[in-house]
Design a protein around this ligand. Structure first.
Ligand SMILES: Nc1ncnc2c1ncn2[C@@H]1O[C@H](COP(=O)(O)OP(=O)(O)OP(=O)(O)O)[C@@H](O)[C@H]1O
Length: 637
């Protein structure tokens, strides 16, 4: 953390801590306290929604579990706060796991329905289990005691503030570690995550459990804050509010979560009072006008697109002076504002401001550590046949994409796999990496069967790949993409990450140096901080190679690496592939550029309509009549 950031942080903490003393108004103190509590839920919800890209409509239920764990413990055994808060975190995390383990087998609308059902069931259970929860009567409690001292309103506010800062630091560290990168990767490309050894399912569950734990902490703080809990609070409306807060504030940002929490707490109050609403509408119109002007000046918005938000907010400010009462209009205006944000500010308010001000994530190279070697020497021990596929059949309905294919790849060689479009080359890659389970036949890699194992397990055992249609983690930088490939090198756990213990710091420093070295190796050293989606197509292909090499594979599968590359880039690619082979990594190369195949490959196998029609040295294959007829002949003509 640099000095400027630390000073700003200290100033912000001092301002929030000093607020109750300066304001002295219990109503406002309670409002800010609620914002801080909601922000803790949103930090967690953002991990699930913003980073892993899952939808959860169950977070109000999890928040309720946290509140009731504290409430019931106080009611039944008069538990102190240092028991209720950890218990709420633990119990909610367990419920989070119970929800996640079955629910995360489904995605999209199905996951939304399952989490929604979970939230509803929790609310009904709280209502019905009167013996434990007092049912609809609710539970009344007082502010907690700390070290024998009864906390008053302001002291409790400070306790909430400490919990907020701790949660913020925890989430921030988590999301900047290998765990956060794993969460983000599975949103970017689940299939590539699995093929980098990052199990999509496992990390989705982790994200859900951590998110639930934070909701549990927030729930227990909320119980003390309100001093009364009842089942109706934890309803569908609250869940929607949480999601709206993430969307409005902006996903993947802690500032967005804080802003989102402030919006969902303040907006209903703002819409209660006509005078306050008028001032708010004018301020909003002003902010929108200034932001749009900045965006236009930077050429990020044209006049037509800019006109609508400006006219819209000006109209809202104008209408506010025509209204005589807010009561009938509250919900309509709330809906309109939400629609506006969702439609125009798809990255939320914080995302929009960042884009308008052109704020970028900086990737500074840490030069303190020793320079790392890009390639570690692949294991050259073991049998000469590194990969042996026998009688592989892959059937899609009536179509045999692979029909009784045998393939033997010698350790340390570059093995070409060629054939006309649709002949089954990519299908073979998918079978070798566990994406497809073959209908029949077997694949043995380094003496171990591949069939029946998950893609992430196969990846970790030494098979890395690139994809025909590039599968990068688009919102992550080039450096972060390679770091996902290096995920297997991190041994540090959640505690190491949260407390920045020496093991984590050392690993992080070493792996960053290694990632930079890998980027240098493929000639992308200067683009480390660039988002993958902004790289030219050819460079994206090179980045995929660097990421695959990060896995320290014994076997590297390259699916059309030269596609989209210019002639000088192809020359460079040939050099890179040779160096990879020289480091002891075996390569299977699918390529339509025949000159690349003929120059590089030690042996070539040719597929046509899912069957192997020829195999041998490049020159032999080139002279084979069946090949000429099926493939090279067609191209020659
Ligand atoms: N998941 C799938 N479901 C149904 N059919 C599939 C599936 N995957 C591949 N196929 C079919 O299998 C056949 C082989 O496809 P594959 O992508 O393996 O060919 P390819 O040799 O890699 O072609 P290209 O050079 O065009 O990439 C094609 O007819 C394709 O439509």
């Amino acid at each position: 953390m640099n000095l400027k950031k630390a000073a700003l942080g200290a100033l912000a903490i001092a301002a929030v801590a000093g607020f109750p003393l300066a304001s002295g108004n219990p109503y406002y103190i309670h409002l800010v306290e609620t914002i801080m509590i909601y922000a803790i839920v949103l930090f967690g919800l953002d991990i699930v929604v913003g980073y892993t890209g899952q939808v959860s409509l169950g977070h109000a239920g999890l928040f309720g579990i946290g509140a009731y764990t504290a409430g019931v413990l106080i009611l039944k055994i008069d538990a102190p706060v240092y028991l209720t808060l950890p218990a709420a975190i633990a119990v909610t995390a367990v419920f989070g796991a119970m929800l996640a383990l079955p629910a995360l087998r489904v995605t999209g609308p199905y996951l939304a329905m399952v989490t929604l059902a979970f939230g509803t069931i929790i609310q009904i259970l709280i209502n019905e289990m009167t013996f434990l929860t007092e049912g609809p009567m609710g539970i009344t409690l007082t502010k907690p005691e700390l070290f024998g001292h009864q906390l008053d309103e302001t002291e409790y506010y400070w306790l909430v503030m400490v919990c907020l800062i701790a949660s913020l630091a925890f989430v921030h560290r988590l999301l900047h570690s290998q765990l956060g990168r794993a969460f983000e990767a599975l949103r970017g490309s689940p299939v590539a995550s699995d093929c980098m050894g990052v199990s999509v399912y496992r990390y989705k569950v982790y994200a859900f459990v951590i998110s639930a734990a934070l909701a549990g902490l927030a729930g227990s703080l909320y119980a003390y804050s309100e001093q009364y809990i009842s089942p109706n609070t934890y309803n569908f409306e609250l869940t929607v509010m949480f999601l709206l807060a993430i969307i409005m504030g902006g996903r993947k940002t802690r500032t967005g979560a804080l802003l989102g929490a402030a919006i969902i707490v303040m907006l209903p109050k703002l819409l209660d009072d006509l005078e306050v609403f008028r001032v708010g509408a004018i301020v909003l119109a002003f902010i929108v006008a200034v932001s749009v002007a900045v965006a236009m000046k930077r050429g990020k918005m044209n006049g037509q697109v800019a006109a609508i938000p400006v006219i819209g907010t000006l109209a809202l400010a104008g209408v506010s002076f025509k209204l005589e009462t807010m009561t009938d209009w509250r919900l309509s205006i709330f809906g309109l504002i939400t629609l506006f944000v969702v439609y125009y500010l798809q990255d939320g308010i914080v995302g929009f401001v960042r884009q308008a001000l052109n704020l970028k994530v900086r990737t500074e190279r840490d030069t303190t550590g020793a320079a790392a070697a890009a390639l570690t020497r692949a294991n050259s021990q073991g049998e000469q046949e590194l990969l042996k596929a026998s009688g592989v059949l892959m059937q899609f309905g009536g179509l045999k994409a692979l029909n009784n294919v045998d393939l033997v790849v010698q350790r340390g060689s570059i093995h070409g796999l060629i054939g006309p479009n649709g002949s089954g080359k990519s299908t073979m890659m998918n079978v070798l990496t566990g994406i497809y389970q073959p209908t029949a036949g077997s694949v043995v890699f380094a003496g171990r069967a591949v069939n029946g194992r998950t893609s992430s397990d196969i990846a970790l055992s030494g098979i890395a790949r690139t994809f025909q249609n590039v599968q990068l983690f688009g919102e992550m930088t080039a450096l972060q993409n390679v770091l996902v490939g290096l995920h297997h090198s991190f041994k540090s756990n959640l505690l190491d990450v949260a407390l920045h213990l020496p093991r984590y710091k050392r690993e992080d420093r070493e792996q960053r140096a290694r990632a930079h070295a890998l980027l240098d190796f493929v000639g992308l050293g200067d683009l480390a901080g660039e988002e993958a989606r902004n790289l030219p197509y050819g460079k994206q292909r090179l980045l995929e190679i660097a990421r695959a090499l990060a896995l320290d594979p014994q076997l590297l599968l390259l699916d059309e690496p030269a596609a989209g590359l210019t002639a000088p880039d192809i020359k460079e690619l040939l050099e890179i592939i040779r160096k990879i082979r020289d480091a002891g990594v075996t390569v299977i190369l699918i390529e339509h550029h025949m000159d690349v195949v003929m120059t590089l490959c030690d042996r070539v196998s040719v597929l046509d309509f899912g069957q192997k029609i020829a195999e041998g040295l490049p020159a032999e294959v080139r002279a084979d009549e069946k090949v000429i007829e099926a493939y090279l002949g067609g191209q020659a003509s």
